[in-house]
Write a protein that binds this ligand. Structure first.
Ligand code: PSU
Ligand code: MN
Length: 306
């Protein structure tokens, strides 16, 4: 059980978890630092509605004044989405934020850790963090990868964000023993685009398939996550050639402005939003909602098996 001085779990989620009903974890950095206000709140509300429409309870994870919240009420969601002083919290930032009573949005890594502690098995996001380009000089590798290597959940994402070095990210996932499955694809998705050209050996065709894979993974006592790579719906994708022009420009801008570390990903996403005239946000929302829908169906399939 989780320590109640540190955690606050919405009663609805507590009840669902106790009775084995399906729950889907959602992160909050995508809301606070990945999308502009107010489109981010609209996205979060739509995600919530979508999860419920499948018969699953949504659990958005964030830190509110030092309390780790599993599930947010409307006011808390609005706060996370609109307040400019919300911290970006990865696993290494968790204890610092809690002990100082700060409010923070959790990244993929911190969300995974909290979701697992709460007893949630499935988590949907947009795109995981990974190995940044120019990693050999910056050594910038997201904590998301390490967390995927040590926390057993099904994580649904549209591959890794296209701003990254995708071949190295995929290699790194292998080094960390993370099984990667393509959802109806053998190509690792490139976030805004359906394909990256990188092959995925394993493929599943239904929520039930991946639920079974995860059951076996758990039975074997394997401690890593399973990453399910779900491409953006074809009609919403931005062509690779088009995206790469935005990315190159955004990377130059970041270098010239000296942006690095945890500010880099939000900065690049913001620049791509500007350069694409807002199209990238529409695609980001479409791919994230598609992952939320699939994640909810996997949570449902797992609860039926269990
Ligand atoms: N997916 C999105 N938008 C985002 C993110 C994911 O569509 O903003 C966030 C996740 O919280 C992920 C973070 O963990 O970006 C990666 O940050 P970094 O590269 O600093 O590890
Ligand atoms: Mn980083």
């Amino acid at each position: 059980m989780m320590n109640s001085s540190l955690y606050s779990v919405l009663p609805e989620i507590q009840t669902a978890l106790r009775s084995g009903r399906p729950v889907l974890a959602l992160e909050s950095t995508i809301i606070a630092h990945g999308m502009p206000y107010p489109q981010n709140v609209t996205f979060a509300r739509e995600a919530d509605r979508l999860v419920r429409s499948v018969g699953v309870v949504p659990a958005t994870i964030a830190i509110i004044s030092g309390k780790i919240c599993v599930g947010l009420n409307n006011e808390q969601l609005e706060h996370i989405a609109s307040d400019k002083n919300i911290y970006k919290v990865a696993v290494r930032d968790l204890s610092h934020n809690v002990s100082n009573g700060f409010s923070g949005a959790t990244t993929v890594s911190a969300t995974m850790r909290v979701a697992h502690k709460a007893g949630i098995s499935v988590f949907s996001t947009g795109g995981i963090g990974g190995v940044h380009r120019e990693w050999s000089s910056s050594a910038d590798v997201s904590q998301d990868l390490h967390e995927l290597g040590r926390t057993p959940l099904v994580v649904v994402s549209s591959g890794a964000k296209a701003i990254l070095d995708l071949p190295k990210t995929v290699e790194f996932l292998e080094s960390l023993s993370v099984p990667v499955f393509g959802y109806k694809t053998n190509d690792f998705p490139a976030f805004y685009s359906c394909e990256s050209g990188i092959k995925i050996e394993r493929r599943v065709e239904s929520p039930k398939d991946i639920a079974e894979q995860f059951e076996t993974h758990r039975l074997l006592g394997l401690s890593s996550a399973i990453l399910l790579a779900n491409p953006v719906p074809r009609e919403e994708e931005i062509e690779r050639g088009v995206v790469s022009v935005y990315i190159e420009k955004a990377l130059v801008e970041a270098k010239e402005s000296g942006v690095c570390g945890k500010e880099l990903t939000p900065f690049l996403l913001g620049e791509i939003y500007r350069l694409s005239g807002g199209v990238s946000l529409k695609t980001n929302i479409a791919l994230a909602l598609n992952n939320v829908n699939l994640g909810a169906r996997i949570a449902l399939a797992l609860s039926k098996n269990g």
